[in-house]
Design a binder for this molecule. Structure first.
Ligand code: BYC
Length: 334
Protein backbone atom coordinates (compact mmCIF):
# COMPACT_ATOMS: atom_id res chain seq x y z
CA UNK A 1 0.00 0.00 0.00
CA UNK A 2 3.00 2.34 0.27
CA UNK A 3 6.21 3.29 -1.49
CA UNK A 4 9.15 5.62 -1.64
CA UNK A 5 8.94 8.94 0.12
CA UNK A 6 9.07 11.92 -2.20
CA UNK A 7 11.96 14.12 -1.11
CA UNK A 8 10.22 17.18 0.28
CA UNK A 9 10.12 18.61 3.76
CA UNK A 10 6.85 16.82 4.39
CA UNK A 11 7.07 13.03 4.51
CA UNK A 12 4.75 11.75 1.81
CA UNK A 13 4.30 8.07 1.22
CA UNK A 14 3.22 7.05 -2.28
CA UNK A 15 0.37 4.65 -2.85
CA UNK A 16 0.70 1.30 -4.63
CA UNK A 17 -0.98 2.77 -7.69
CA UNK A 18 1.79 5.34 -8.04
CA UNK A 19 4.54 2.69 -8.17
CA UNK A 20 6.08 0.83 -11.05
CA UNK A 21 5.49 -2.95 -11.06
CA UNK A 22 8.85 -3.88 -9.50
CA UNK A 23 8.44 -1.48 -6.63
CA UNK A 24 4.84 -2.53 -6.15
CA UNK A 25 5.94 -6.16 -5.93
CA UNK A 26 8.48 -5.18 -3.27
CA UNK A 27 5.90 -3.26 -1.25
CA UNK A 28 3.41 -6.10 -1.46
CA UNK A 29 6.00 -8.48 -0.04
CA UNK A 30 6.67 -6.05 2.80
CA UNK A 31 2.95 -5.62 3.43
CA UNK A 32 2.58 -9.41 3.55
CA UNK A 33 5.21 -9.55 6.30
CA UNK A 34 7.94 -11.20 4.21
CA UNK A 35 11.58 -10.53 5.05
CA UNK A 36 13.80 -8.77 2.54
CA UNK A 37 17.26 -10.32 2.25
CA UNK A 38 20.54 -8.65 1.18
CA UNK A 39 20.79 -9.72 -2.45
CA UNK A 40 17.15 -9.05 -3.29
CA UNK A 41 15.95 -6.00 -5.18
CA UNK A 42 15.00 -3.08 -2.95
CA UNK A 43 14.23 0.59 -3.59
CA UNK A 44 17.30 2.79 -3.19
CA UNK A 45 15.49 4.81 -0.50
CA UNK A 46 14.86 1.64 1.52
CA UNK A 47 18.54 0.72 1.32
CA UNK A 48 19.65 4.22 2.30
CA UNK A 49 17.20 4.41 5.20
CA UNK A 50 18.47 1.11 6.56
CA UNK A 51 22.12 2.09 6.17
CA UNK A 52 21.39 5.34 8.03
CA UNK A 53 19.43 3.74 10.86
CA UNK A 54 21.52 0.60 11.31
CA UNK A 55 24.84 2.43 11.19
CA UNK A 56 23.58 5.08 13.62
CA UNK A 57 22.38 2.29 15.86
CA UNK A 58 25.81 0.60 15.65
CA UNK A 59 27.58 3.87 16.45
CA UNK A 60 25.27 4.32 19.46
CA UNK A 61 26.29 0.96 20.86
CA UNK A 62 29.98 1.72 20.48
CA UNK A 63 29.80 5.30 21.77
CA UNK A 64 27.45 4.03 24.50
CA UNK A 65 30.34 2.07 25.99
CA UNK A 66 32.09 5.31 26.96
CA UNK A 67 29.87 6.75 29.73
CA UNK A 68 29.66 3.38 31.48
CA UNK A 69 33.28 2.45 30.80
CA UNK A 70 34.09 5.54 32.86
CA UNK A 71 32.96 3.62 35.99
CA UNK A 72 34.58 0.21 35.47
CA UNK A 73 37.59 1.10 37.61
CA UNK A 74 35.37 2.65 40.29
CA UNK A 75 32.60 0.06 40.67
CA UNK A 76 31.84 -0.35 44.40
CA UNK A 77 32.33 -4.14 44.60
CA UNK A 78 34.06 -6.89 42.65
CA UNK A 79 30.65 -8.32 41.67
CA UNK A 80 29.38 -4.98 40.35
CA UNK A 81 32.61 -4.52 38.44
CA UNK A 82 32.32 -7.95 36.77
CA UNK A 83 28.69 -7.22 35.83
CA UNK A 84 29.55 -3.80 34.40
CA UNK A 85 32.49 -5.22 32.43
CA UNK A 86 30.21 -7.87 30.90
CA UNK A 87 27.60 -5.25 30.01
CA UNK A 88 30.10 -2.91 28.36
CA UNK A 89 31.52 -5.85 26.38
CA UNK A 90 28.00 -6.77 25.28
CA UNK A 91 27.60 -3.27 23.84
CA UNK A 92 30.73 -3.80 21.71
CA UNK A 93 29.18 -7.06 20.47
CA UNK A 94 25.93 -5.26 19.60
CA UNK A 95 27.90 -2.70 17.61
CA UNK A 96 29.62 -5.50 15.68
CA UNK A 97 26.40 -7.35 14.80
CA UNK A 98 24.93 -4.08 13.60
CA UNK A 99 27.95 -3.02 11.54
CA UNK A 100 27.79 -6.47 9.89
CA UNK A 101 24.07 -6.03 9.18
CA UNK A 102 24.75 -2.62 7.59
CA UNK A 103 27.62 -4.06 5.51
CA UNK A 104 25.14 -6.43 3.82
CA UNK A 105 23.65 -3.28 2.25
CA UNK A 106 26.87 -2.42 0.45
CA UNK A 107 28.43 0.11 2.81
CA UNK A 108 31.91 -0.64 4.21
CA UNK A 109 32.90 -0.47 7.84
CA UNK A 110 35.56 2.14 6.98
CA UNK A 111 32.91 4.35 5.37
CA UNK A 112 30.68 4.07 8.43
CA UNK A 113 33.52 4.96 10.80
CA UNK A 114 34.46 7.89 8.60
CA UNK A 115 30.88 9.16 8.79
CA UNK A 116 30.92 8.88 12.57
CA UNK A 117 34.30 10.57 12.97
CA UNK A 118 33.46 13.41 10.62
CA UNK A 119 30.18 14.08 12.49
CA UNK A 120 28.09 13.19 9.42
CA UNK A 121 26.44 10.19 11.08
CA UNK A 122 24.50 10.58 14.28
CA UNK A 123 24.49 8.37 17.34
CA UNK A 124 21.95 8.33 20.17
CA UNK A 125 21.59 11.68 21.92
CA UNK A 126 21.60 9.94 25.31
CA UNK A 127 25.33 9.25 25.26
CA UNK A 128 26.21 12.92 25.25
CA UNK A 129 25.42 13.28 28.94
CA UNK A 130 27.99 12.72 31.70
CA UNK A 131 27.99 9.89 34.28
CA UNK A 132 28.64 11.75 37.49
CA UNK A 133 28.06 9.13 40.20
CA UNK A 134 27.71 5.36 40.61
CA UNK A 135 23.92 5.84 40.68
CA UNK A 136 24.15 6.99 37.06
CA UNK A 137 25.30 3.50 36.09
CA UNK A 138 22.25 1.84 37.65
CA UNK A 139 20.02 4.51 36.15
CA UNK A 140 21.46 3.99 32.66
CA UNK A 141 20.81 0.25 32.92
CA UNK A 142 17.26 0.83 34.10
CA UNK A 143 16.20 3.77 31.90
CA UNK A 144 18.52 3.78 28.88
CA UNK A 145 18.51 0.03 28.35
CA UNK A 146 14.80 0.05 29.24
CA UNK A 147 14.12 2.62 26.50
CA UNK A 148 16.35 0.65 24.13
CA UNK A 149 14.31 -2.52 24.74
CA UNK A 150 11.05 -0.66 24.16
CA UNK A 151 12.42 0.59 20.84
CA UNK A 152 14.22 -2.59 19.80
CA UNK A 153 11.67 -5.32 20.53
CA UNK A 154 9.53 -4.13 17.58
CA UNK A 155 12.71 -3.92 15.46
CA UNK A 156 12.96 -7.72 15.77
CA UNK A 157 10.05 -7.70 13.31
CA UNK A 158 11.75 -5.25 10.94
CA UNK A 159 11.29 -6.14 7.26
CA UNK A 160 15.04 -6.36 6.62
CA UNK A 161 16.22 -9.86 7.59
CA UNK A 162 19.78 -9.19 8.86
CA UNK A 163 18.67 -6.25 11.05
CA UNK A 164 15.71 -8.13 12.51
CA UNK A 165 17.85 -11.16 13.34
CA UNK A 166 20.58 -9.05 14.97
CA UNK A 167 17.88 -7.52 17.16
CA UNK A 168 16.81 -10.85 18.63
CA UNK A 169 20.09 -11.47 20.39
CA UNK A 170 20.57 -7.81 21.26
CA UNK A 171 17.18 -7.66 22.98
CA UNK A 172 17.97 -10.69 25.12
CA UNK A 173 21.14 -9.02 26.33
CA UNK A 174 19.42 -5.67 26.88
CA UNK A 175 16.98 -7.37 29.26
CA UNK A 176 19.87 -8.48 31.45
CA UNK A 177 21.29 -4.96 31.25
CA UNK A 178 18.08 -3.41 32.42
CA UNK A 179 17.66 -5.81 35.29
CA UNK A 180 21.21 -5.30 36.52
CA UNK A 181 20.61 -1.54 36.54
CA UNK A 182 17.38 -1.85 38.48
CA UNK A 183 19.01 -4.29 40.89
CA UNK A 184 21.87 -1.85 41.59
CA UNK A 185 19.36 0.92 42.30
CA UNK A 186 17.21 -1.32 44.54
CA UNK A 187 20.28 -1.91 46.65
CA UNK A 188 21.09 1.81 46.83
CA UNK A 189 17.59 2.99 47.73
CA UNK A 190 17.63 0.60 50.68
CA UNK A 191 20.92 2.15 51.82
CA UNK A 192 21.76 5.43 53.56
CA UNK A 193 19.85 8.70 52.94
CA UNK A 194 22.88 9.89 50.95
CA UNK A 195 22.67 6.85 48.67
CA UNK A 196 18.94 7.38 48.17
CA UNK A 197 19.52 11.03 47.36
CA UNK A 198 22.19 10.00 44.85
CA UNK A 199 19.67 7.77 43.05
CA UNK A 200 17.03 10.52 42.96
CA UNK A 201 19.59 12.96 41.59
CA UNK A 202 20.64 10.53 38.84
CA UNK A 203 16.99 9.85 38.02
CA UNK A 204 16.29 13.59 37.76
CA UNK A 205 19.14 14.02 35.29
CA UNK A 206 18.43 10.94 33.09
CA UNK A 207 14.62 10.97 32.93
CA UNK A 208 14.16 13.59 30.20
CA UNK A 209 17.13 12.54 28.05
CA UNK A 210 15.75 8.97 28.19
CA UNK A 211 12.41 10.15 26.83
CA UNK A 212 14.30 11.92 24.03
CA UNK A 213 15.89 8.63 22.95
CA UNK A 214 12.68 7.80 21.08
CA UNK A 215 13.29 10.70 18.71
CA UNK A 216 11.36 13.90 18.00
CA UNK A 217 7.58 14.04 18.39
CA UNK A 218 5.66 12.44 15.53
CA UNK A 219 4.84 15.74 13.86
CA UNK A 220 8.58 16.54 13.67
CA UNK A 221 9.75 13.05 12.70
CA UNK A 222 10.80 13.26 9.05
CA UNK A 223 11.45 9.56 8.51
CA UNK A 224 8.71 7.80 10.48
CA UNK A 225 5.94 7.67 7.87
CA UNK A 226 8.09 6.06 5.19
CA UNK A 227 9.97 3.84 7.62
CA UNK A 228 6.68 2.54 8.97
CA UNK A 229 5.35 1.96 5.47
CA UNK A 230 8.45 -0.12 4.75
CA UNK A 231 8.02 -1.88 8.12
CA UNK A 232 11.49 -0.83 9.18
CA UNK A 233 9.82 0.85 12.14
CA UNK A 234 6.65 -0.72 13.54
CA UNK A 235 5.66 2.12 15.87
CA UNK A 236 5.88 5.88 15.89
CA UNK A 237 8.26 7.71 18.22
CA UNK A 238 5.41 9.02 20.39
CA UNK A 239 3.77 5.61 20.71
CA UNK A 240 6.94 4.06 22.07
CA UNK A 241 7.62 7.03 24.35
CA UNK A 242 4.13 6.64 25.85
CA UNK A 243 4.65 2.90 26.41
CA UNK A 244 7.98 3.60 28.08
CA UNK A 245 6.47 6.16 30.47
CA UNK A 246 3.60 3.81 31.34
CA UNK A 247 6.00 0.98 32.07
CA UNK A 248 8.61 2.99 33.93
CA UNK A 249 6.56 5.19 36.27
CA UNK A 250 5.37 2.22 38.40
CA UNK A 251 8.98 1.00 38.57
CA UNK A 252 10.03 4.46 39.82
CA UNK A 253 7.28 4.33 42.44
CA UNK A 254 8.53 0.94 43.60
CA UNK A 255 11.94 2.52 44.13
CA UNK A 256 10.16 5.37 45.99
CA UNK A 257 11.53 7.91 43.53
CA UNK A 258 9.77 11.08 42.43
CA UNK A 259 9.40 11.47 38.67
CA UNK A 260 10.78 14.94 37.82
CA UNK A 261 7.69 15.96 35.84
CA UNK A 262 5.02 18.18 37.45
CA UNK A 263 2.64 17.35 34.57
CA UNK A 264 2.75 13.59 35.09
CA UNK A 265 -0.74 12.33 35.79
CA UNK A 266 -2.59 9.05 35.31
CA UNK A 267 -5.26 9.42 32.64
CA UNK A 268 -7.97 6.87 33.33
CA UNK A 269 -9.67 7.40 29.99
CA UNK A 270 -6.62 6.62 27.87
CA UNK A 271 -5.29 4.04 30.29
CA UNK A 272 -1.87 5.69 30.39
CA UNK A 273 0.00 8.64 31.85
CA UNK A 274 -0.18 12.18 30.61
CA UNK A 275 3.27 13.71 30.84
CA UNK A 276 5.16 16.89 30.08
CA UNK A 277 6.89 17.79 26.85
CA UNK A 278 10.64 17.08 26.68
CA UNK A 279 12.80 20.10 25.98
CA UNK A 280 13.05 19.69 22.21
CA UNK A 281 15.41 22.62 21.88
CA UNK A 282 17.88 20.75 24.08
CA UNK A 283 17.36 17.58 22.01
CA UNK A 284 18.05 19.26 18.67
CA UNK A 285 21.02 21.02 20.16
CA UNK A 286 22.48 17.72 21.38
CA UNK A 287 21.99 15.93 18.06
CA UNK A 288 23.53 18.91 16.27
CA UNK A 289 26.74 18.17 18.21
CA UNK A 290 26.41 20.69 21.03
CA UNK A 291 25.53 18.52 24.03
CA UNK A 292 27.60 18.42 27.21
CA UNK A 293 29.83 15.51 26.08
CA UNK A 294 29.62 15.40 22.25
CA UNK A 295 33.20 16.59 21.72
CA UNK A 296 34.57 14.26 24.41
CA UNK A 297 32.77 11.22 22.96
CA UNK A 298 33.84 11.85 19.38
CA UNK A 299 37.42 12.56 20.41
CA UNK A 300 37.53 9.27 22.33
CA UNK A 301 36.32 7.36 19.26
CA UNK A 302 38.75 9.16 16.94
CA UNK A 303 41.64 8.48 19.30
CA UNK A 304 40.73 4.77 19.46
CA UNK A 305 40.71 4.70 15.65
CA UNK A 306 44.09 6.44 15.40
CA UNK A 307 45.63 4.33 18.15
CA UNK A 308 44.52 1.18 16.32
CA UNK A 309 46.14 2.18 13.00
CA UNK A 310 49.27 0.07 13.61
CA UNK A 311 47.11 -3.00 14.22
CA UNK A 312 45.00 -2.50 11.08
CA UNK A 313 48.23 -1.95 9.08
CA UNK A 314 49.68 -5.17 10.51
CA UNK A 315 46.57 -7.17 9.63
CA UNK A 316 46.51 -5.77 6.10
CA UNK A 317 50.24 -6.52 5.58
CA UNK A 318 49.70 -10.07 6.85
CA UNK A 319 46.67 -10.59 4.58
CA UNK A 320 48.64 -9.28 1.57
CA UNK A 321 51.57 -11.58 2.39
CA UNK A 322 49.27 -14.60 2.61
CA UNK A 323 47.61 -13.68 -0.68
CA UNK A 324 51.03 -13.34 -2.38
CA UNK A 325 52.08 -16.74 -1.04
CA UNK A 326 48.88 -18.36 -2.30
CA UNK A 327 49.42 -16.82 -5.75
CA UNK A 328 53.08 -17.96 -5.78
CA UNK A 329 52.24 -21.55 -4.83
CA UNK A 330 49.44 -21.62 -7.43
CA UNK A 331 51.87 -20.47 -10.15
CA UNK A 332 54.48 -23.04 -8.99
CA UNK A 333 51.87 -25.83 -9.16
CA UNK A 334 50.87 -24.97 -12.74
N1 BYC B 1 19.55 10.61 19.01
O1 BYC B 1 12.67 11.18 11.63
P1 BYC B 1 13.21 10.71 12.92
C1 BYC B 1 21.61 1.39 23.32
C2 BYC B 1 17.56 11.89 14.46
S1 BYC B 1 21.89 2.20 21.85
C3 BYC B 1 20.17 11.07 17.90
O2 BYC B 1 12.23 10.37 13.97
P2 BYC B 1 13.97 7.92 12.65
C4 BYC B 1 22.64 1.28 24.32
C5 BYC B 1 17.31 10.93 13.31
O3 BYC B 1 18.42 10.09 13.10
C6 BYC B 1 20.28 2.60 21.32
N2 BYC B 1 19.52 11.35 16.74
O4 BYC B 1 14.22 9.48 12.65
C7 BYC B 1 23.97 1.27 23.95
C8 BYC B 1 17.03 11.91 12.20
O5 BYC B 1 18.25 12.50 11.76
P3 BYC B 1 18.95 12.08 10.35
C9 BYC B 1 20.24 3.27 20.01
C10 BYC B 1 18.19 11.11 16.72
O6 BYC B 1 15.24 7.27 12.22
C11 BYC B 1 24.97 1.27 24.93
C12 BYC B 1 16.27 13.01 12.90
O7 BYC B 1 16.64 12.95 14.26
N3 BYC B 1 19.03 2.86 19.40
O8 BYC B 1 20.55 0.96 23.46
O9 BYC B 1 12.73 7.57 11.92
C13 BYC B 1 24.62 1.25 26.28
C14 BYC B 1 14.76 12.89 12.75
O10 BYC B 1 14.25 11.78 13.53
C15 BYC B 1 17.51 10.60 17.82
C16 BYC B 1 18.79 2.98 18.08
O11 BYC B 1 19.59 3.49 17.35
C17 BYC B 1 18.22 10.35 19.00
N4 BYC B 1 17.64 9.89 20.12
O12 BYC B 1 13.71 7.57 14.20
C18 BYC B 1 23.27 1.21 26.64
C19 BYC B 1 17.49 2.36 17.60
N5 BYC B 1 16.20 10.47 17.47
O13 BYC B 1 19.33 10.62 10.47
C20 BYC B 1 22.27 1.22 25.66
C21 BYC B 1 17.34 2.36 16.11
C22 BYC B 1 16.09 10.89 16.21
O14 BYC B 1 17.94 12.31 9.28
N6 BYC B 1 16.90 3.64 15.62
N7 BYC B 1 17.28 11.29 15.76
O15 BYC B 1 20.15 12.97 10.26
C23 BYC B 1 15.59 4.01 15.59
O16 BYC B 1 14.71 3.30 16.06
C24 BYC B 1 15.26 5.33 14.95
O17 BYC B 1 16.35 5.70 14.14
C25 BYC B 1 14.93 6.46 15.97
C26 BYC B 1 14.70 7.77 15.18
C27 BYC B 1 13.68 6.12 16.73
C28 BYC B 1 16.09 6.69 16.95
Amino acid sequence: MYAQMVKTDVARVRSLDEMDPVERGFQERVDAGQKIEPKEWMPEGYRKTLVRQISQHAHSEIVGQLPEGNWITRAPTLERKAILLAKVQDEAGHGLYLYCAAETLGVSRDEMYEQLHSGKAKYSSIFNYPTLTWADIGTIGWLVDGAAIMNQVPLQRCSYGPYSRAMIRICKEESFHQRQGYDALMRMVKGTPAQKAMVQDAFNRWWWPSLMMFGPSDDASVHSAQSMAWKIKQNSNDELRQKFVDQTVPQAKYLRLTVPDPDLKWNEEKGGYDFGEPDWEEFFNVIAGNGPCNAERLNARKKAWDDGAWFRDGLTAHANKMADRRTASKIAAE
